[in-house]
Design a protein around this ligand. Structure first.
Ligand code: NDP
Length: 244
């Protein structure tokens, strides 16, 4: 029997891309999944699909830039299924541009969603996991958490932050597992937030070799299904042809 059976997994940014596919895959392997994002119409449909296949799922509207919202979301998962085994901090956006374009509003949004959203997820999940005596955070970083690229200074900064925060969280907690997943180019809607033309063209090139989101979902499932005393700290998943 899969070690995922009966695990309660709350996933932020579950309305598309990696979050959606992860919810579907984990539910298919017996987890109770709780989906959060702003596009509730999408969540409703995904949850209906999962339930139609005899999976267990619930959803709640979520804006990760709002601390109370994130806290309510994780508590909702606990209320629905009686515990919280895993919080997947996945919500993110990537409006790339050169710094000199001064798209400061986009910098703010990246910091708010990619860094503060993850911190709020930790703030919401940690007290519950401490009380339970177990739990796991799966934080979605990126290749951009390891390397810096032109037009991606701020995005890389947010993903380097996810790496650092995750490592600190891991070191401070000996009964809570912390996993970083660092994908390379993956099929999703992520590039749609790019408003800068040169960055959009660059990313379009990368997208030609993007791997399916299912590849990332399988890595997440692998980390979760390990025995409790084994913490998979990080998995980097790239397209084989990637030179980055
Ligand atoms: P998508 O754009 O398909 O998914 C992003 C998700 O984040 C959506 O469900 C969106 O939902 C959600 N989201 C955005 N803003 C908020 C918010 N304020 N509150 C709640 N949810 C929000 O892209 P991906 O699946 O690719 O992205 C998932 C993660 O993977 C991100 O952290 C991204 O940085 C990371 N990543 C992706 C890579 C790739 O190549 N695709 C590579 C490396 C990392 P909604 O709009 O409904 O709120």
């Amino acid at each position: 029997m899969s070690n995922l059976k009966g695990k309660v997994v709350a996933i932020t940014g579950a309305s598309s891309g990696i979050g959606e596919v992860t919810a579907r895959l984990l539910a298919g392997r017996g987890a109770d999944v709780v989906l959060g994002a702003r596009r509730v119409d999408r969540l409703e449909k995904i949850v209906a699909d999962i339930q139609a296949k005899a999976g267990s799922a619930a959803y709640r509207a979520l804006d990760v830039t709002n601390r109370e919202d994130v806290e309510t979301f994780v508590k909702f998962a606990e209320q629905q299924f009686g515990k919280v085994d895993v919080v997947v901090n996945n919500a993110g956006l990537m409006p790339l541009s050169p710094l000199e374009a001064l798209k400061v509003d986009e910098w703010d949004r990246m910091v708010d969603v990619n860094i503060k959203g993850v911190l709020y997820g930790i703030a919401a999940g940690l007290p519950i996991m401490k009380r339970q005596g177990y739990g796991q955070f799966v934080n979605i970083s990126s290749i951009a958490g390891h390397q810096v690229f032109p037009t991606a200074a701020v995005y890389c900064g947010t993903k380097f932050a996810v790496q650092a925060i995750s490592e600190g969280l891991r070191m401070e907690n000996t009964n809570i597992r912390v996993t970083v997943i660092a994908p390379g180019a993956t099929e999703s809607e992520l590039a749609e937030t790019i408003t800068d033309e040169s960055a959009r063209e660059w990313v379009k090139g990368l997208r030609n070799t993007a791997i399916p989101a299912d590849a990332i979902a399988r890595a997440i499932a692998f980390a979760i299904e390990q025995p409790d005393d084994i913490d998979v700290n990080e998995i980097i998943v790239r397209p084989t042809v990637s030179q980055h």
